[in-house]
Ligand binder design. Sequence first.
Ligand SMILES: Cc1cc2nc3c(=O)[nH]c(=O)nc-3n(C[C@H](O)[C@H](O)[C@H](O)COP(=O)(O)OP(=O)(O)OC[C@H]3O[C@@H](n4cnc5c(N)ncnc54)[C@H](O)[C@@H]3O)c2cc1C
Length: 427
Amino acid sequence: MDMYDVVIVGSGPAGMGAAFTLIQKRPDLKILMIDREKVSTGGMRNDCKMNFTYPIGFPVEYWTQEVAEHYLKEVIDFLKPSFLDKSNIGVYQKRAERLGCTLLEIKQTHLGTDGGLLLIKELLARLSEAGVDLSLGEAMESVNAEAQFIVTEKREIGYKKLLVAPGRKGFHFLQDLMRSLSIPFIDNIVDIGLRVETRIEHYPIVRDYYDPKFYFPEKVRTFCTNSGNAHVVRERYATNRGDQWYSVNGHAFAPDARHDNGLVNFAILKTVRFTAPLASGQAFAENLGLQAALMGGGQPLMQRVGDFRLGSRSKEASFSGDLYDFEPTLRTCCPGDISLAIPAKILRAIWKAMKNLDTIVPGLLHPSTIMYYPEIKLYANKPAYLDEYFRVKEDIWFAGDGAGTSRGITGAWASGIRSAEGMLAAL
Ligand SMILES: Cc1cc2nc3c(=O)[nH]c(=O)nc-3n(C[C@H](O)[C@H](O)[C@H](O)COP(=O)(O)OP(=O)(O)OC[C@H]3O[C@@H](n4cnc5c(N)ncnc54)[C@H](O)[C@@H]3O)c2cc1C
């Protein structure tokens, strides 16, 4: 059996943050990083916009401002980001405040989907040069914690310390792992909402601020804004029973005026926290995803704001004509009526937030604006961590979005550093 001092599962930012910390502090360690895919599948590969201001991306239950800023400094020192300029923020902030909303001012960078791929390749090359073994296209299936080895579809790999950082896509995998290791966890929080797509002239704030972070009453916020060469995409999920559903998402390529499609998209999400008797946010979210798929003939739903306001479903015809003058970038989506699929409390809060947003940035509720549903974020696994380094068992650590320690690239990277520090102290 191959033996390593440290095995890292997942080559996203959490795995990267851990790998670089370990190899820089202990070049003598034998480290292996594996990933189920040839290229990591999370935010570094999709749009790669990074936020460097607390609390964006840092769940407050695990990160105080002081701790997050300590690690953010390390992330900045390592990645050396060039922050994007912002302008006219004060104008939007004043309008927001008058409505009881907040616009956070966040330090950001944006590499784009293509720029993110270059970054991933460069980071992997640096890890490999530093002596970290990489095995891309190899998936962890299970672990034997007593005998300290993991099982992949190809082999068994022995470890002294194990970090599992499988991201949101690894949400199910992580839950199965926690059950097999008797690690208690809850997942009672979930973010549910829409992705909005419109012309940049209907949401011109993005010319002043790439990814504006608005917070509205009732735990609603904007999230993951993309513009320029921007596209809405769908992500496939499957329940434990194998039923499939899609969540939508968005990304943009690096700025390039030649390919600018003139569109912007962003998520508007409501955080929902469940209490007894319903304990699982994931179970609830999956049911909503399945309901949308049922209504959409297996696809997510889309509706023009003009149709929504009139209480009519969108049809194929809603996607042509002089008023509805741009094509949806996600074509594999079913025109329909999102209000039939979204629980009333969630829809009311989101629609109210959109009306507020339309007052702060007039134009958003143009009839042509498209609302895609569902956009669901499954990153609320909360394992019972044994210490501040995200240790879950004697020799096992978790980190990143799938493990609930982050909600973004920088938070995931910081989580990886933190778990590496725990491993270093234990080695
Ligand atoms: C489409 C999309 C766009 C996003 N855009 C942004 C953005 O612009 N900015 C931002 O801050 N955040 C963004 N995010 C969120 C972002 O993914 C995360 O915050 C961040 O990448 C989380 O890092 P991570 O290391 O926890 O997980 P990930 O980056 O998701 O990496 C986890 C890795 O683990 C691998 N893996 C999973 N299971 C296994 C297994 N069993 N065995 C081996 N490998 C496995 C996966 O293939 C994956 O590469 C986006 C997410 C998605 C899905």
